[in-house]
Design a protein around this ligand. Structure first.
Ligand code: GAP
Length: 446
């Protein structure tokens, strides 16, 4: 039966269903699981790592490689500690927190409605909260053998600060002129008070950020340009208008560095939440780093000789949050009729962790199947499986989100044909063995 025609589909409703699929199929699971896990830290298994890598590659392709006006870098995670004084993070990057005197748990003061009941007070489940206090979210470490204050360093709280540190060097090395951007993908760390919603709020996560340096007179036009670009990117990920929206920040929501901000939000099962921020950071960063380093980070226009500090338009997407949105969006339970059901991850074909599975009907067909597998591995991410009932093997690939399965059977030796099975429609067609690679390339490009 073709799933496109008659299946009843159900989207993800309970995060628990996704969390258990992710652990079982090796997308994402708690870090240090054998020790009981560590709150706010997650590991990506074979399928999750491929999915995340594909997303990062697409971002890099669209934001860096396709644009002559954006350069990519890969900076150290630890920057000179003065960086974080200049950026304002030492002073401002904090959340209000309260402690419960009874159960000793700590909560964000602005999210108390989500706090679980107190487990330590008699006759009531209400917490006994302290007054709110400010809690700095930067994770600290020490560098070198000494234990004094001078050895304190920070794991970066956002990937963009090294971009500002490197601004002059990159502009000169790449011979770029304003307007242009610098981008990087990498880990960021925040000592979140309440990590929650699976990977959504983690303590270690990845960001893909791009800082675009513009003349002050062009700020608004570039702010609008990058909002449109980023929205188009999220649509390319398959998110439809019912699950994707933008939301401008109110004045009192703005981060300490932002003059204006627009969030790109996805509708998760736990509500509308930010997956990306597009920010007008003004000249905050370059001016502050200029002041703290004593270096002039301004630009002299070669034609007008005007000397100015460029303004920055930032796009900052959470890689893990976008992977989570992709997982939520792909998750589909299908009722195929007659008591037959399947769980299928409908990832966009280009982002699927495994693109094609090679499934010989019998182990006796291993030789030609391995020849095909080797050929396909040169161009695609391939999974080979020769164990068990073919229906069950298809279902396993559906759960992994594999868009195509190629099955070799005992007729293959006679007619030189294989069965190509489509994940979404479940349609099967027989095509020539030697045409498989070209056909898949065509489908993936489409
Ligand atoms: N450089 C600007 C900046 O860092 P942000 O809004 O704090 O802005 C940008 O973060 C993106 O990073 C967010 O939209 C989100 O996707 C991701 N992000 C932030 N905190 C996160 C956390 N604790 N866990 C996972 N992703 C996070």
């Amino acid at each position: 039966m073709s799933s496109d025609q008659s299946a009843t589909r159900r989207r993800l409703e309970r995060m628990d269903d996704l969390v258990s699929l992710c652990a079982r199929r090796g997308f994402i699971f708690p870090s240090s699981e054998i020790y009981g896990g560590i709150n706010g830290f997650w590991d990506y298994g074979p399928l999750g790592a491929e999915l995340k890598q594909n997303l990062k590659n697409l971002w890099w392709q669209r934001v860096v490689r396709e644009r002559p006006d954006v350069e990519g870098i890969d900076s150290a995670i630890i920057a000179h500690p003065r960086t974080w004084e200049a950026s304002g993070h030492v002073e401002h990057f904090s959340d209000p927190m309260v402690d419960c005197r009874a159960c000793k748990k700590r909560f964000r003061a602005d999210q108390l409605e989500d706090a679980p009941p107190c487990s330590a007070r008699e006759g009531t489940s209400e917490h006994d909260f302290t007054e709110p206090r400010s809690f700095n979210l930067m994770l600290q470490t020490r560098i070198g053998a000494s234990e004094d204050a001078a050895s304190t360093a920070y794991l970066r709280a956002e990937t963009c600060q090294p971009i500002f540190n490197d601004f002059k060097r990159v502009r000169e090395a790449a011979r770029q002129k304003i307007p242009f951007g610098i981008a990087q993908i990498g880990k960021a760390f925040r000592n979140e008070i309440n990590p929650r919603n699976f990977t959504f709020r983690s303590r270690e996560f990845e960001q893909a950020e791009m800082e675009f340096f513009v003349h002050p007179s062009e700020r608004e036009q570039w702010f609008a340009h990058w909002q449109a670009e980023r929205l188009a990117f999220h649509r390319e990920l398959g998110f439809d208008d019912e699950h994707l929206r933008t939301r401008p920040h109110a004045e009192d929501e703005l981060a300490h560095y932002a003059r204006a901000a627009v969030d790109v939000e996805y509708l998760f099962p736990f509500g509308w939440q930010e997956i990306e921020g597009v920010h007008d950071r003004g000249d905050w960063d370059l001016s502050r780093h200029g002041e703290y380093s004593g270096k002039d980070l301004g630009i002299t226009d070669p034609d007008t000789k005007e000397h100015y500090v460029p303004m920055v338009i930032e796009t900052s997407v959470g890689v893990d949050r976008t992977v989570l949105a992709l997982l939520c969006d792909a998750y589909t339970e299908e009722d195929l009729g007659d008591g037959d059901t399947r769980l299928v991850m409908r990832f966009p074909v280009a982002l699927a962790p495994v693109q094609v599975a090679v499934l010989p009907l019998s182990k006796k067909l291993a030789e030609p199947a391995h020849v095909l597998e080797r050929e396909l591995r040169r161009r695609f991410n391939v999974f080979y499986d020769d164990a068990g009932n073919i229906g069950r093997r298809y279902r396993r690939q559906d759960e992994a989100g594999t868009p195509f399965c190629v099955t070799l059977d005992f007729d293959t030796a006679e007619d030189g044909k294989v069965t190509l099975r489509d994940r979404d429609s479940m349609r099967q067609e027989r095509i020539a063995l030697e045409g498989v690679s070209a056909r898949l390339a065509e489908r993936l490009a489409a």
